[in-house]
Design a binder for this molecule. Structure first.
Ligand code: 13P
Length: 340
């Protein structure tokens, strides 16, 4: 394992003003997104849509890495350039989602375990050859206090799988993005989210240590600390920023090069405002950045609407979100920038 190399890839993705585009929707998920714009989810439509994002001029100022789905890793641009090569040539590091999704955890109704470890070593070798420099694995933790969810067991099982994945990635020369997502679905309060997120992160770093994962060659992709969508009391931007920063400072070792948030169902504007507020509050041992899927793509997806006539409009919408999140990296974003 070349720790220096892993560390330099991790740091490049969260360089000044930069974050990550999560464009790794699985086939069922991208179909859901395309359904919203009445566009059929064919292999060609998915290729055209993602090409639109990847060929947005100037996006590389704000996007240091792009997470791809397996299908996209093997696709090419109109000019027959493989997407990983195209991204590399623009200075955006290509990576790959390697988990096989969250499945029901036997014996624990309502909880999930992420699958995909069997055969992962061989898959990672193949992805690396195709040009992937990093990988992503998403663990999912739900909160349903009335049912005792999350259980201690589900937290441990998911952290264990994340750590096994991360160790295999580093062995293969890929930077693991470690993503334990505490969902914002449900009625829980911001305090409940904070308590669960803290427990999850403590367990994740315990398991990473047990599995001998070198933290300098990883990135953490956590949820922000936020009230559940159905909670009657919603926290304001400042409260989310304070609770999130506190939770991360309590749990994430300083050896980690970067924390890159998922957006998890926040609106695009909320995700940017929250990131900005966290960065405006002070300095941290790690870079604090984004790895947004929906919060970077909702606007370009709508602007494109599946029409070849709207490619430029889609690119403009994507550029705007990338830029505003880039500004939020240093607390320079203002909501007035949303207009125009
Ligand atoms: P969202 O930002 O839409 O939550 O997606 C990020 C992601 O990659 C989830 O695994």
């Amino acid at each position: 394992m070349d720790v220096k190399q892993l560390n330099s890839v991790a740091r490049a993705m969260v360089g000044p003003g930069k974050g990550i585009l999560a464009a790794d929707e699985s086939s069922p998920t991208i179909k859901k997104r395309f359904d919203q714009i009445n566009t059929e989810s064919t292999e060609e439509n998915r290729r055209v849509y993602r090409q639109m994002l990847f060929t947005t001029r100037g996006a590389e100022q704000y996007i240091g890495g792009v997470i791809l789905f397996e299908e996209t890793l093997g696709q090419m641009s109109d000019g027959n350039v493989p997407f990983p090569k195209l991204l590399q040539s623009k200075g955006m590091i290509p990576g790959i989602k390697v988990d096989k999704g969250a499945k029901a955890l036997a014996g624990f109704p309502g909880e999930t375990i992420t699958e995909g470890l069997d055969g992962l070593r061989d898959r990672l070798e193949a992805y690396h050859e195709q040009g992937a420099a990093f990988a992503k694995w998403r663990a999912v933790i739900d909160i349903d206090a009335a049912r005792g969810i999350p259980s201690r067991f589900a937290i441990e099982a998911n952290a264990h799988a994340l750590a096994r994945y991360a160790a295999l990635c580093q062995e293969a020369g890929l930077v693991p993005i470690v993503e334990p997502e505490v969902l914002m679905d449900g009625e829980h309060t911001i305090e409940q989210c904070q308590e669960v997120t803290e427990k999850v992160l403590v367990e994740v770093y315990r398991q990473l240590a047990l599995h001998k994962v070198v933290l300098e060659g990883t990135l953490l992709k956590p949820n922000m600390v936020i009230a559940g969508k159905k909670c009657p009391t919603q926290a304001n931007v400042k409260e989310v920023a304070v609770a999130t920063a506190q939770t991360l400072l309590r749990t994430v070792p300083g050896a980690v090069p970067g924390v890159v948030f998922l957006s998890g169902g926040q609106s695009s504007e909320e995700a940017t405002a929250h990131l900005n507020a966290i960065n405006a509050m002070g300095r941290y041992p790690w870079e604090v950045s984004f790895s947004y899927g929906r919060a970077l793509q909702a606007a370009p997806l709508q602007a494109w609407g599946g029409s070849p006539d709207n490619i430029e409009a889609g690119r403009n919408a994507f550029f705007k979100r990338a830029k505003l999140n880039g500004l939020a990296r240093s607390g320079e974003y203002k909501s007035s920038m949303e207009a125009g």
